[in-house]
Design a protein around this ligand. Structure first.
Ligand SMILES: Cc1cc2nc3c(=O)[nH]c(=O)nc-3n(C[C@H](O)[C@H](O)[C@H](O)COP(=O)(O)O)c2cc1C
Length: 191
């Protein structure tokens, strides 16, 4: 059987990159073809969590595929039907806002727009400190969209970061399999 083609898009929640890479590795080991995509910021910013070039090297080593990091590289995803599902993990508040409003000016939002034209699923793993504040309306909008699903999420530190939400990355594969059946993995809101 042909392996499933999973687009795996990272946006600039740098503190969760290690977790995302571990999910990518797990998917690859289970036989998925993992096609990495990075936002401009994810692909270029060096932060206290690591250097962009090192992450790109590691991601390409894990997946065996070149990172899609420009709009022209992301554009064929729809026309060529390159993906069965697009996972955006981690998804920033910034990218959530763009997705909610149909803005496609980064490799990740361009990939989503291109892929959604085929009525195939997009799976979002939120990681944002303002998810219960400024980004809340965007999450609510996206939860009403066709073909958009969420990796179950929870408040990660209610005392110190009362508006922060992070997806449970360990549920990514289950959420992928549900989304491919057109279903949201439940419970979506974790305790
Ligand atoms: C070190 C660092 C960590 C960040 N962590 C997060 C985060 O966890 N969640 C988030 O929504 N934004 C975070 N940001 C802000 C985003 O990187 C910023 O909004 C950026 O414009 C996102 O662009 P993108 O969505 O195209 O990747 C962080 C920024 C830096 C420099």
């Amino acid at each position: 059987m042909e392996p499933l083609n999973v687009g795996f898009a990272l946006t600039g929640s740098f503190c969760t990159f290690r977790r995302a890479l571990s999910v990518m590795r797990g998917l690859k080991e289970k036989g998925y073809n993992v096609i990495p995509i990075m936002s401009f910021h994810a692909a270029t910013l060096d932060t206290r969590f690591g250097k962009a070039a090192d992450f790109i090297g590691e991601i390409e080593e894990i997946t065996g595929n070149k990172v899609i990091a420009t709009l022209p590289e992301a554009e064929p995803i729809g026309p060529k039907k390159l993906l069965d599902i697009l996972v955006i993990e981690p998804c920033t508040g910034n990218t959530l806002a763009k997705l909610a409003l149909g803005i496609a000016d980064t490799p990740v939002t361009m990939a989503a727009k291109s892929h959604l034209r085929n009525l195939r699923p997009v799976l979002i793993a939120i990681s944002s400190n303002d998810a219960l504040a400024g980004a809340a309306k965007n999450i609510a909008m996206l939860q009403n969209y066709k073909n958009v699903f969420f990796v179950p999420y929870t408040q990660d530190d209610p005392a110190q970061k009362p508006n922060s939400i992070v997806a449970d990355f360990e549920r990514t594969e289950d959420a992928i399999l549900s989304a491919l059946e057109g279903k949201q993995l439940q419970p979506m809101l974790l305790k």
